[in-house]
Design a protein around this ligand. Structure first.
Ligand code: ZN
Length: 143
């Protein structure tokens, strides 16, 4: 059966994954405004003819988009945390070096001030670290 549809580019969107190959199915719209899903490589055309099916498809697409977004956010949180942990590690090494250099009996006051400044930076990073997952969570939930 040949399809007699005119499809503009705007009428094609990516949607749910193909159940055979896993690539996103194209969502196309018939002249009559009905949806159908297409996987060209697998030769699948799946028509959704009733209102209930179209509503469910819309919900599913929204749900999957939200899931993708959440995964992205989680990855972002992870990298943010890694970056903070690396910086803390570097700062702690610098703090140790400064303490060694400053000396024990007659410590160099400027070196100790530098050490304290670095320690403040560590404290700031620690509080940022505590906020990373919470902030990302709040964004994800649209708060
Ligand atoms: Zn496929």
């Amino acid at each position: 059966m040949e399809l007699t549809l005119t499809l503009g580019k705007a009428e094609i969107m990516q949607t749910v994954p193909c159940w055979l190959c896993g690539k996103p199915l194209d969502l196309r719209i018939t002249k009559g405004g009905k949806f159908y899903l297409v996987c060209d490589p697998d030769g699948i055309q799946c028509f959704i003819r009733r209102e209930q099916g179209m509503e469910k498809l819309k919900k599913l697409i929204k749900h999957l988009a939200r899931k993708d977004y959440q995964l992205e956010q989680q990855a972002e949180s992870f990298f943010a945390i890694q970056a903070i942990l690396r910086e803390i590690e570097d700062l702690k090494q610098e703090i140790e070096k400064l303490e060694d250099k400053a000396g024990f009996l007659f410590p160099d006051k400027e070196l100790l001030r530098a050490r304290d400044a670095l320690q403040k930076r560590v404290n700031l990073l620690l509080s940022q670290l505590e906020q990373v997952p919470a902030r990302k969570q709040a964004e994800t939930e649209g708060l």
